[in-house]
Design a binder for this molecule. Structure first.
Ligand code: SF4
Length: 370
C-alpha cells in the first residue's frame, strides 16, 4: 500500500510523487520516542481543551501507557501539557493577533476531502471519515486526501484551525505557508491557521495568521495537479524531499552511495568463506541486505535501458526483451481499497468464515537494535 495523501504529507507530495505511487515499497514507519511522547501530549491537550483546563495525573499516566512510555514521565508530561493549555487558553481569550475571543468548535476530527474544478476555480468537499489508529490509515475514496486537525475554533469573524507541535525543531512562524496548514484550512473551511508550538523544556508559543482565498485556490491547484501525477513514474530528488521519505531505501534516485560501494560488495560476496562465528554471520547477514538492494537497483537500471531501446545480450546469448503480461492480485488491502473499510472488512470476515483465508504463524528473522 503506498503512502496515503494526508494533510501532514502534502508537503512531501508537492515535492515528489513517487512515495504515493502504487507499487512503491515503503520503509517501516518506526515512530521514535519523541513521536510517542508527542502523541501522549496531544491526548492530554485534548482532555484539557474538552474539560476547560482539567487534567489529572492519572490522565497523563494513561496517555503514557497507551504509547508504552515509562510512567515515571507522568509528572513532567502533566506539567508540560498544562503549560501548553495555559498558553492556548490565553490566546483563545483574546491574546491573539486579532484581539478576538475564540470558542472551541471541535477537536481531533478526521476528514476526507476532494477537489472539484468549477470553471477556473477549485472547490473542496469534505466529509468526516474513519481513521485506523493502528495503521494510521484514513478511509479514503479515490481522489480524496485525509487529514486530522487538533483543534478548530471560531470567533465572530474568523474560523481558525490549530495544529499542536511538540518537537524542538522546525520553523512555524509562518503557518499560512505550510502545506499541512493549507490542507487543514481547505478541509475545515478555515480562514486562519495557527500552530501551538510547545517543545519540551521551552516556553510554548502560538503562531497564527490569516489565509487568503487566493492562497487556498493556489494550493488547491497545486495539490490537485500533484495528485493527478501520482503513478506517472516521476520522482524529484532533493535534500528536503528525500530527508524524511519512506520510499528512500528503494529509490533509484537515492542509491548513489550503494552504487559507489557496489564493487566492494560484489567482491566481498564472491570471495567470501563460509561464515562460522556469530560475528562472521552478523557481517554476512548485513551484506545479504546490501546485495539484495543492489540487485533490485541493477534490475531497475537495466530495464530502463531496455525501455530506452538499447539491445542488451547476456553471455549465454539471450537478449533482454520487454513483454507485457496481465496479472490479477487479491489482498486484504486491495479489497479494502476497492470497497472501503466497512464493506471491505465485511467481505474479508465472510471469506475468513468460509475458510478461504489461510491463517497461521510463522517465525521471521529481523535485524533490531540490541
Ligand atoms: S528518496 Fe527522494 S526522489 Fe526518491 S522517492 Fe523519496 S523523495 Fe522521491
Amino acid at each position: 500500500v503506498p503512502q496515503q495523501v494526508t494533510a501532514s504529507k502534502v508537503g512531501q507530495l508537492l515535492k515528489c510523487v513517487r512515495p504515493f505511487s502504487p507499487g512503491t515499497p515503503l520503509d517501516p514507519d518506526d515512530a521514535g520516542e519523541a513521536a510517542h511522547y508527542g502523541t501522549a501530549w496531544h491526548e492530554c491537550q485534548e482532555i484539557l481543551v474538552k474539560s476547560g483546563g482539567l487534567l489529572d495525573l492519572e490522565d497523563a499516566l494513561a496517555a503514557l501507557q497507551k504509547v508504552s512510555l515509562p510512567s515515571g514521565e507522568a509528572k513532567s508530561l502533566h506539567a508540560h501539557a498544562l503549560e501548553g493549555w495555559h498558553c492556548l487558553n490565553k490566546w483563545l481569550m483574546g491574546d491573539n493577533p486579532w484581539g478576538e475571543t475564540f470558542r472551541v468548535v471541535d477537536t481531533e476530527a478526521h476528514h476526507a476531502t476532494a477537489f472539484q474544478r468549477i470553471g477556473p476555480k477549485y472547490s473542496a468537499t469534505s466529509r468526516v471519515c474513519d481513521f485506523d489508529l493502528e495503521t494510521h490509515t484514513y478511509d479514503l475514496r479515490p481522489g480524496e486526501f485525509g487529514g486530522t486537525y487538533d483543534l478548530l475554533v471560531m470567533s465572530e469573524r474568523r474560523r481558525c484551525v490549530i495544529d499542536h507541535k511538540t518537537g524542538d525543531w522546525g520553523a512555524f512562524h509562518q503557518p499560512e505557508e505550510m502545506p499541512q496548514m493549507l490542507a487543514l484550512a481547505t478541509q475545515t473551511g478555515a480562514d486562519a491557521v495557527a500552530i501551538l508550538h510547545a517543545p519540551r523544556g521551552l516556553p510554548p508559543q502560538i503562531y497564527a495568521s490569516e489565509v487568503s482565498p487566493t492562497a487556498l485556490q493556489n494550493f488547491g491547484r497545486r495539490l490537485r495537479a500533484a495528485m493527478r501525477r501520482i503513478g506517472d513514474g516521476s520522482m524529484a530528488p532533493s535534500e528536503e524531499a528525500c530527508k524524511f521519505c519512506r520510499a528512500r531505501s528503494t529509490c533509484p534516485a537515492k542509491d548513489g552511495e550503494l552504487l559507489k560501494r557496489a564493487g566492494a560488495i560484489v567482491s566481498a560476496a564472491s570471495g567470501l568463506a563460509i561464515p562460522r562465528t556469530p560475528e562472521e554471520l552478523g557481517r554476512f547477514h548485513q551484506m545479504i541486505g546490501e546485495v539484495e538492494k543492489l540487485m533490485f537497483r541493477a534490475r531497475e537500471e537495466i530495464k530502463s535501458r531496455v525501455v530506452a531501446g538499447e539491445i542488451i545480450e547476456r553471455p549465454d546469448g539471450k537478449v533482454l526483451v520487454l513483454e507485457t503480461r496481465s496479472y490479477e492480485s487479491l489482498s486484504k488491502s486491495s479489497i479494502v481499497e476497492a470497497l472501503g473499510k466497512t464493506e471491505g472488512e465485511k467481505l474479508i470476515s465472510s471469506l475468513r468464515k468460509k475458510g478461504v483465508v489461510s491463517q497461521g504463524e510463522r517465525v521471521e528473522m529481523h535485524a533490531r537494535k540490541g
